[in-house]
Design a protein around this ligand. Sequence first.
Ligand SMILES: NC(=O)C1=CN([C@@H]2O[C@H](COP(=O)(O)OP(=O)(O)OC[C@H]3O[C@@H](n4cnc5c(N)ncnc54)[C@H](O)[C@@H]3O)[C@@H](O)[C@H]2O)C=CC1
Ligand SMILES: O=C(O)[C@H]1O[C@H](OP(=O)(O)OP(=O)(O)OC[C@H]2O[C@@H](n3ccc(=O)[nH]c3=O)[C@H](O)[C@@H]2O)[C@H](O)[C@@H](O)[C@@H]1O
Length: 464
Amino acid sequence: MKIKNICCIGAGYVGGPTMAVIAQKCPEIDITVVDINEKRIAAWNDENVDNIPIYEPGLSEIVEEARDRNLFFSTDIDAAIDKADMIFISVNTPTKTYGIGKGMAADLKYIELCARQIARVAKDDKIVVEKSTLPVRTAQALKDILDNTGNGVNYQILSNPEFLAEGTAVDDLMDPDRVLIGGDIDTSEGEEAVQALVDIYAHWVPEDRILTTNVWSSELSKLTANAFLAQRVSSINAMSELCEKTGADVNEVSIAVGMDSRIGSKFLKSSVGFGGSCFQKDILNLVYIAKSFGLNEVADYWEQVIIMNDHQKKRFASNIVKTLYNTVSGKKIAFLGWAFKKDTNDTRESAAIYVADYLLNEQAEIVIYDPKVRAEQIYADLDYLNTRTEEENRKQVKVVNSAYEACEEAHAVALLTEWDEFKELDWKKIYESMLKPAFLFDGRRLLERKTKEKIGFEFYAIGS
Ligand SMILES: NC(=O)C1=CN([C@@H]2O[C@H](COP(=O)(O)OP(=O)(O)OC[C@H]3O[C@@H](n4cnc5c(N)ncnc54)[C@H](O)[C@@H]3O)[C@@H](O)[C@H]2O)C=CC1
Ligand SMILES: O=C(O)[C@H]1O[C@H](OP(=O)(O)OP(=O)(O)OC[C@H]2O[C@@H](n3ccc(=O)[nH]c3=O)[C@H](O)[C@@H]2O)[C@H](O)[C@@H](O)[C@@H]1O
């Protein structure tokens, strides 16, 4: 079966870049990415390609090449569904904030709305692809909704989880470690649907890296991969606290441990804590699923990854207060970085938000600089926590356009995101503009201790 038209529901961090790359690699397929968010679609269509809503190195060039050739962004969801042979669902699946499973389970209302819309609109057979990260067995629920419309349309449901990381989305999509496709491989229709998706990826991914499994293995592998990755960060962060007490250095420990080929060197960088839209939500979801099967030990095991991460963020913030003579009330703290990692404008669950909230509770004044995050986003992140009024957040927090401006007359600088440009700053100039003693807290192990101490900073870095 040859796919001619694809519709992707959800023009976010996954839907946008993923479809842009498929469009570039498969010029014979027409791809329409749709969303209910009109502003987002307008931004994807912005004449100036630098204004597309998601910042990812290399993405704007690809969008520029494929847009209006075989890549389209639209709010006309019905039309795109009607035309498509294959429909990707790439909508958000946040943690539930209400009802049963509140604070843990994945909220599947957006997924269900998509399924109902497809069921209402579709007139001919469709392959529906789960691109969003979903609890294991969600495909069954999708199938129930789609099959019960009684309009004679046949659906094949595939699971094709996305493993891209933000900041490297384009590279990850161009050269993935693996592409995972789960389908109903016991039937010939299922096999045919799986093959249709394999054929798309095979335009640029070597076939030995395209893995096909049953649907449940595919759904569960995505949650497992994120849990394992986050667990590595929590594991090294747990060691960072022990390093600080013993004179060991977490970077040295990480290199020594990572050289064991059974352990591997990647994802062992100690930090102020992992952020991002997915690690926490996906682990909470895993914990919820385990509990719902009565697997309490399994649930507790994975929950500890989150507990450790919360501890790391809190410990970084409380260390700032302790070091600044047990009070930051009325003191100016400069924040370098707000995004949850470098090379992205995404701030979801960024450690910086929680460190700021802690310090604001201690009545600090915070001045923030991030090269890619806008002031409205920073205020929205703080307001979302509901810890204080919007007016108070605006009074206590300022957002500025340069690192130097942020640090001027600050009592302390906290480095929260590992942007490369922070390494190149004129740290002597920063030191001179600060109040003394000038404290520098490196939450990312980005800066070299020796040179900063030589300048005169009181220097603290995670894990040393
Ligand atoms: N952000 C990431 O790096 C990764 C995310 N994922 C998963 O991919 C999924 C999507 O994540 P993101 O792209 O980050 O989310 P996002 O929030 O950036 O984008 C989702 C989009 O779906 C739209 N949407 C929601 N309901 C809709 C509906 N009924 N009809 C049309 N549009 C609708 C929203 O308006 C939004 O623009 C999630 O399940 C996430 O766990 C997987 C791998 C990486
Ligand atoms: O499902 C998802 O959303 C994605 O989640 C992560 O990608 P992402 O969150 O974009 O970014 P990561 O590079 O994984 O970083 C996550 C957080 O962990 C932190 N981190 C990462 C690695 C490390 O060694 N130390 C560390 O503190 C980062 O600073 C960041 O805050 C996974 O890496 C992707 O494979 C997955 O597709």
